[in-house]
Write a protein of this length. Structure first.
Lengths: 393, 396
């Protein structure tokens, strides 16, 4: 138990100190951590859910802006609930319970739920679920004695599920890149901003399949990661042009398509992207240029953004914008009223609303922003949206 | 070549010959009209009258007008003034038990939603039924549900509630129950549980919407929705600082009633006339409305004026949030404003109007989904595209 807490603390510290770069790396580390945590537990499913939740809360608290952590926590919870359900349905008795927890009837024959109904009844509240009384599986499972072969099977299934998840995270770039050929045509001009590994692999794949196209890379101030991307693309013999963020509006009329990578995709189809992306999206909308977002499903967050510019933003060090030495007299707290006259704000992220996004390319295919809710109901369970146990009002 | 023809001149000639001319006439639907259709179009929507009665802003002229209408057209279906006149027994039910009476009894409670009242009425049909097989019971229920729906064609939540319950009945019979009585009791139990959903639904919606109300925000509200009131109450009780702009809500004066309630909660309120919405929209951070019904496209049917406000909000990039319970999801797909059963409402201008002047008396409009940002329902926060998914899962 103690060493589990130890590795959890290790990852939490890494997250807090922002030592982990990028949502994919974060997602992978989190998933691997959960694999270790789960394999060392010897508990029933309900308690396992609690353990995962608890660990999840610690990790999220370490870095609330890195939404991938929360996504992976909820994915793991969904895997646990799915394994629970499939074990029950697979040849074992299912005792449906009424809403008040009493056992309604004992059945000897297994109660087969169709896929659609099991999805709706057990994972999402829906009109269907309101009519049927939900069989309360997790609570029931707690009551049974821990039969060793069954609980071993249960854990085995969960570990398998988490392994699949890790595999998906590792291979998401390749699967997304496979779809490059359908999107990028001959002699196209593509615009991107900043440095996204997914976009890079996407463009490489198209280049390898002998498509000839040009790329405009907006540098992505203040980190100027666009310069790095431009260099890498040029090494692969792609015609590249570097532009500043401010000239996007001037260039956009010459561009056929905008392809970008993002930090997170929210439940309404909006995206959290590196700063400057909203400008690019608005320019693309104005000139009717398709705005394509490439993102792995580990970036898909089931939360709705309220006030995302503030709550989901990371304020970075202002020295990236202004060097302190030159402006130290304006930023002095000890003169005048005590508040500096010059403020420097360096947000890391931008929120792009769903109306501006044309297409999401994920490893499972291309989707319109209005379809995101479906992906969310496939990957997450609505009971896990709020991870903290708030006191019941 | 495609200029609009002045068909309203032709349309007006035929109904003027048929009906009495002393009341302001509504625009006829098509030239060949039967008098019963005419009576239907003129009949004031019972649903909106109940809402007005609940709000307690029934003026005496309105009452007199309504009473006169009852006296003049004896062949009106059902009772025109629900809470004032005697509830007339349903025309097709010869039994001493009338589902319509039962429904009216439930409906009079101001805190109870229409759909729940309908379901309770149907539950009492089951309780008083003498059927011995599921098939018989189903047929009885179908008849009762149809008579309820035809009694007030304009109420969407009534239709939706009946449909939901009938759907549940048909689904339950698919599962094997050897005992008819246990099936019957299960249906009744579910109907009763459904009643609890109504109050629970409002709490869930209020909790879900709290995150979207931030300190210092300005909310524009249109119409008097009990759900929206619950949302604002919860926000006020959790000590959030916000102010509310209420539209006056002619002719129901819903804004006056709402501002009363909000003043009791110490929330700063500002009343606007309906035409002042665009003028104040730039100060507004979000628009909150309820819904009489949520249609398949994800759009909503709500009090007249909602569409206008949504259009203005959309053009100024303000989010429009809808708070609606899930039993309001209806299997309708209006293609334009007139594509619904007309729901008319008497409008009192305060001065007598010459008889030749027509009055647009529709009580509601349809807001297409592209103008709505999010729907807060007891199923969670939904984007408009989710509504059709939910309906398909339930009905198909």
């Amino acid at each position: 138990m103690a060493e589990v807490q130890g590795i959890v603390n290790e990852l939490a510290t890494k997250l807090r100190k922002r030592k982990v770069e990028g949502s994919r790396e974060t997602a992978r580390l989190t998933a691997e951590l959960f694999r270790t945590v789960i394999s060392q537990q010897r508990v029933t499913s309900a308690a396992l859910v609690e353990v995962v939740r608890d660990v999840g809360q610690q990790l999220i608290a370490a870095n609330p802006v890195e939404l991938a952590v929360g996504n992976i926590v909820r994915r793991v919870l969904r895997i646990i609930r799915d394994s629970d359900l499939s074990l029950e349905v697979g040849g074992l008795t299912l005792v449906p319970q009424g809403d008040d927890g009493d056992i309604v009837e004992e059945d000897d024959k297994p109660f087969m739920l169709s896929d659609a109904i099991s999805q709706t009844i057990l994972h999402q509240p829906s009109l269907v679920a309101q009519l049927e009384s939900k069989p309360n599986l997790v609570r029931h499972f707690e009551g049974k004695a821990d039969k060793t072969p069954r609980s071993w099977q249960f854990k085995h299934q969960i570990i398998e599920g988490v392994n699949d998840l890790i595999e998906d995270i590792n291979t998401c770039h390749e699967q997304i890149a496979d779809q490059a050929l359908e999107l990028i045509h001959q002699n196209e001009v593509i615009l991107t901003l900043g440095h996204s590994r997914t976009v890079k692999k996407f463009l490489y794949a198209a280049k390898e399949k002998k498509r000839s196209f040009q790329v405009y890379v907006a540098e992505g101030a203040p980190k100027h990661l666009g310069h790095v991307l431009a260099k890498e693309l040029a090494e692969k013999h792609l015609q590249t042009t570097v532009i500043s963020d401010s000239s996007v509006f001037a260039i956009i009329s010459r561009v056929n398509m905008v392809i970008v990578g993002v930090h997170a995709v929210m439940a309404n189809g909006g995206v959290i992207a590196p700063v400057g992306m909203n400008m690019v999206a608005l320019a693309a909308k104005k000139y009717a240029v398709p705005f394509v977002v490439v993102a792995g499903t580990h970036k898909l967050c089931p939360l709705f953004p309220n006030n995302p510019e503030v709550l989901l933003n990371d304020m970075r060090c202002p020295s990236e914008l202004l060097s302190f030495g030159e402006f130290s007299d304006c930023m002095d707290y000890s003169i005048g009223s005590g508040a500096p006259l010059l403020n420097v704000v360096n947000p890391a992220f931008d929120y792009v609303p769903p109306e501006l996004v044309s297409l999401f390319v994920t490893e499972i295919g291309g989707y319109h922003p209005s379809y995101i809710y479906r992906l969310i109901s496939d990957y997450y369970s609505s009971e896990d949206l709020v991870l903290q146990q708030k006191p019941a009002s | 070549m495609w200029r609009r023809s002045a068909s309203f001149i032709l349309d007006n000639r035929t109904p003027n010959d048929v009906a009495s001319a002393s009341r302001p006439e509504s625009l006829a639907l098509s030239p060949p009209l039967q008098s019963s259709a005419m009576a239907d179009a003129d009949a004031n929507s019972a649903y909106y009258q109940t809402r007005a009665a609940h709000h307690g802003v029934v003026t005496s002229d309105w009452l007199a007008q309504a009473q006169a209408a009852v006296g003049r057209n004896p062949d009106d279906l059902g009772s025109v003034v629900a809470s004032e006149a005697e509830p007339k027994p349903a025309s097709d039910s010869g039994k001493p038990f009338s589902v319509i009476e039962e429904f009216n009894n439930w409906r009079k409670q101001p805190d109870l939603a229409e759909a729940v009242a309908a379901i309770r009425a149907l539950a009492s049909v089951i309780m008083s039924s003498e059927a011995t097989t599921m098939m018989e019971l189903e047929i009885e229920l179908k008849k009762a549900s149809d008579s309820l729906k035809s009694w007030d064609k304009t109420s969407i939540s009534l239709t939706a509630g009946c449909d939901l319950f009938m759907r549940f009945v048909t689904r339950t019979t698919a599962l094997e129950y050897e005992d008819f009585n246990s099936a019957k009791s299960r249906l009744i139990e579910r109907a009763e549980k459904f009643g609890e959903i109504s109050t629970k639904a409002r709490r869930i919606i209020a909790v879900l919407s709290q995150d979207f109300i931030f300190d210092g925000c300005t909310i524009l509200v249109h119409g008097f929705s009990r759900v929206v009131l619950e949302v604002l109450k919860t926000a006020a009780q959790s000590k959030k600082l916000f102010r509310v702009f209420c539209t006056e809500g002619r002719p129901d004066r819903t804004g006056l009633r709402l501002s009363n309630e909000l003043a009791k909660l110490d929330v700063p309120v500002k009343l606007l006339i309906d035409s002042a919405v665009a003028y104040t929209m730039d100060e507004v951070d979000m628009v909150f409305v309820g819904a009489d019904g949520v249609v398949e496209s994800g759009g909503i049917i709500n009090m007249m004026g909602t569409y206008q406000i949504a259009l203005v909000a959309h053009s100024m990039n303000k989010p429009v949030y809808v708070a609606a319970e899930s039993y309001k999801f209806a299997r309708l797909y209006p293609l334009d404003q007139k594509d619904m059963a007309p729901a008319l409402r008497p409008i009192d201008f305060g001065v007598p109007i010459p008889s030749k002047v027509e009055v647009e008396r529709s009580a509601r409009d349809y807001t297409p989904p592209q103008y709505l940002t999010l729907l807060f329902t007891d199923l969670g926060v939904l984007t408009p595209s989710v509504v059709s998914d939910e309906l398909i899962q339930l009905y198909l």
